[in-house]
Design a protein around this ligand. Structure first.
Ligand SMILES: Nc1nc2c(ncn2[C@@H]2O[C@H](COP(=O)(O)OP(=O)(O)O)[C@@H](O)[C@H]2O)c(=O)[nH]1
Ligand SMILES: [Mg+2]
Length: 416
């Protein structure tokens, strides 16, 4: 994508489309100053680091809105290119009108991804920084945001640049050391990926096993309908929660039940699993016996992806049985913290500690590039292996983003 000609420039609506106090447009590119000379009514356009109040007008001179125009140096813009920020009132009519005027003046409208693509193309950001900047917008926990902020600022990129420098200094001797560094980066990649892309956790079990009650417990808000009457959960309940700093999307499966006659909602669970779950917590109610059909069903889920828990522990002592990880009471909350810790340990990463999460590849594409480089190094060694390592690093920095799939998942396990 390129805006051609002296008149051309790019613009991006940075605020969500809708009614609000203000709408912020970001503008950049070679033709932008000339266009603003025509569209922005004030004594003179502001200098770098300054802002000015004026009128934003169409090409016919009709004022669309009162606006504030600020001029940002590359270091002051989030996508690291010299840019202008235009704030107008946040009404829908005004936003639509500003878009139309900017387009009539030669502006090319970009999405967030489009802006990052221009930043990457001009060398202001590398592919890892752009990937992090894109994900940062969707970060759902403090821990995820902190990790992505550091990657956006170049933490992982620096580690890789160091590896390149090692290969530069000593092309033959550095191979092993670089391979070890890449392996160390891979080691933390599961947790890093899970910070950036939520684990999708499905709550399953027979009607009245306590799924909705547990859902509410985990969410700490009463979103699901809780009732003794089977089948009263009508909506598909889904909420993002924070487990040890990791975002987890919890779903209460009952809402997607198709055949009411199906005692364990097998088809519903299977469908949800296929479409949208990475892991399952399966609840048992008194007398805490896994019926043969439940057992058959659970055996079809990969063992690593399921936790079976005895619920209603407040009503008695559930028997200890093979395959059941823990006892909880969704009603009183007993054992629910243990369940959270188990989810963290099995599927997410280390508990939050003092140290920041290590720099690591944070999506599947990045992981695959490193793995391919390491495989080639181990298979060939020597100069060809060194070249493979170098190439993997260069691809990571230059072209590992955008990679098509946005929410790609490093460990998606296929359906039962
Ligand atoms: N005593 C007790 N009651 C529970 C517990 N979990 C759920 N219940 C109750 O069991 C009933 C069915 O729970 P619900 O969450 O609607 O089950 P679902 O059909 O699996 O969603 C409700 O009346 C809950 O209050 C528990 O751990 N202990
Ligand atoms: Mg329910």
């Amino acid at each position: 994508l390129s805006a051609r000609g002296a008149e051309a420039f790019f613009f991006h609506l940075a605020t969500p489309l809708g009614e609000g106090g203000l709408a912020l447009f970001e503008l950049f590119g070679t033709g932008v100053e000339a266009a603003l000379e025509r569209l922005f009514r004030c004594r003179a356009l502001p200098g770098e680091g300054r802002a000015r109040l004026g009128g934003f007008a169409d090409l016919g001179g009709e004022v669309v809105d009162e606006a504030i125009l600020a001029r940002l140096g590359a270091a002051a813009s989030w996508f690291r290119l010299p840019a202008w920020a235009l704030s107008v009132h946040g009404g829908i009519w005004i936003q639509d009108r500003v878009v139309a005027v900017l387009e009539s003046a030669g502006g090319v409208r970009l999405s967030l991804r489009g802006v990052l693509r221009e930043s990457l193309r001009s060398g202001a950001m590398d592919a890892l920084e752009a990937a992090a900047a894109e994900l940062l917008v969707e970060a759902r926990t403090e821990r995820a945001a902190a990790f992505l902020l550091r990657q956006q600022a170049g933490e992982l990129s620096c580690r890789l640049e160091e590896c390149l420098a090692m290969l530069e200094r000593d092309a033959t001797g550095a191979g092993e050391g670089v391979a070890r560094r890449l392996e160390a980066l891979l080691f933390s990649s599961r947790a890093a990926s899970r910070l950036c892309r939520p684990l999708r956790l499905l709550l399953a079990g027979r009607p009245n096993s306590g799924k909705s009650t547990l859902f509410n417990r985990l969410v700490e808000r009463r979103r699901a309908v809780v009732s003794r009457r089977p089948g009263t959960t009508r909506d598909f309940n889904r909420e993002t929660i924070d487990v040890g700093g990791f975002p987890v999307v919890v779903s209460d499966s009952a809402g997607v039940r198709r055949a009411a006659a199906d005692p364990i909602e097998e088809e519903a669970i299977r469908r949800v699993w296929r479409e949208s779950a990475d892991a399952v917590v399966y609840l048992l109610a008194p007398p805490w016996r896994l019926e043969p059909e439940e057992d058959r069903f659970l055996q079809r889920l990969p063992a690593a992806c399921r936790i079976v828990a005895n619920n209603f522990s407040d009503l008695g002592d559930p028997p200890r049985s093979a395959g059941v990880a823990l006892s909880i009471s969704a009603l009183t909350g007993a054992g629910v913290d243990t369940l959270r810790r188990e989810i963290l340990r099995r599927w997410l990463g280390p508990e939050p500690g003092g140290a920041a999460d290590a720099a690591a590849p944070f999506n599947r594409c990045q992981v695959q590039i490193i793995e391919a480089g390491l495989d080639a190094w181990r298979a060939t060694g020597g100069p060809a292996g060194i070249d493979a390592l170098r190439e993997a690093i260069i691809i990571l920095l230059r072209s590992s983003w955008p990679n098509g799939e946005r929410g790609d998942d490093p460990e998606r396990t296929r359906a039962p």
